[in-house]
Design a protein around this ligand. Sequence first.
Ligand code: 3HC
Length: 297
Amino acid sequence: MNIKKVGVVGCGLMGHGIVQVAAQGGCTVIALETEQAYLDKGISRIEKSIAKLASKDVKKGKLTEDQAKDWATEVRGRITGSINREDLADCDLVVEAIVEDLDAKKELFGALGKLCKAETIFASNTSSFPVAEMAVASGRPERFVGLHFFNPVQLMRLVEVVRTDATDEDVYAAARAFGEACGKTPVSCKDTPGFVVNRLLVPYMVQAINMLDRGDASAADIDAAMQLGCGHPMGPLTLTDYVGLDTTLSILEGWCERYPNEPAFGIPDSLRSKVAEGKLGRKTGQGYYTWEGDKKS
Ligand code: 3HC
């Protein structure tokens, strides 16, 4: 099963990156959004990222200026934007990267199940919901996987490939091969909360927030400790701001609902209150740090 045409639903933080790496991997990609304004914003981020990667390759001497220009034009040329779901009908693979709302995802997959050709494989980039529930909603659970990418998608080298009990072997193999074509190393996971990375990462971020809230250490010191003591590229509080406090809270809320007795999934009060105040991290300029654009101030 060879994936050549890919639809990506949602062109936000994760979706725009998935569109881009799929196009870099040689696929023709349709980027679907609900409104033209969201689509324009996503496409403009992709264009900036492609330009950045191209100029980096020139600086490193990997490509000449002309080769980099051709590469950027080719990659951009494989991407088409759309606000009509019908345009996904003949895709080989559709990857969902919309808001973390299980009902919205189920509604989407229900509609796609009726709309797309019988061979189309469906994948969700969910970070927290059971893949099996969406698979059932799609009406084709045997052709459904989780494909969990990491932020920033263009730079992070991992994709988690999540199979449910119903996933066909050849569908799973095709999804892995697609991840590799996107330049990622796939790891295989069962359909468990947080898969591998978030199951380890989110409780760690929670412990860092609890440490800050108890006054054990400052945010800067907690982050410096993990960067310098463990070689992490970002400390846990910077990472919480980078991932988004709303995303972190929504992951934890989903887990708490399903596993109320798991102590590692406790939600810090400061996380709830900051989200309620609209302090969502880097994207709003305030979280556990104050941000000016991409930089902490
Ligand atoms: N496209 C192209 N280039 C990009 C880019 C993008 N989207 N984002 C950053 N870059 C470039 C920068 O411009 C910079 O280029 P330069 O070297 O020419 O200046 C280069 O990449 C490095 O970026 P920075 O200088 O900003 O900083 P870093 O060296 O710290 O690298 C990072 C940034 C790769 C994000 C690194 O800090 C990192 O690995 N952080 C950890 C990220 C992480 O843990 N992600 C996973 C989050 S969990 C998740 O996603 C799961 C979800 O379900 C919650």
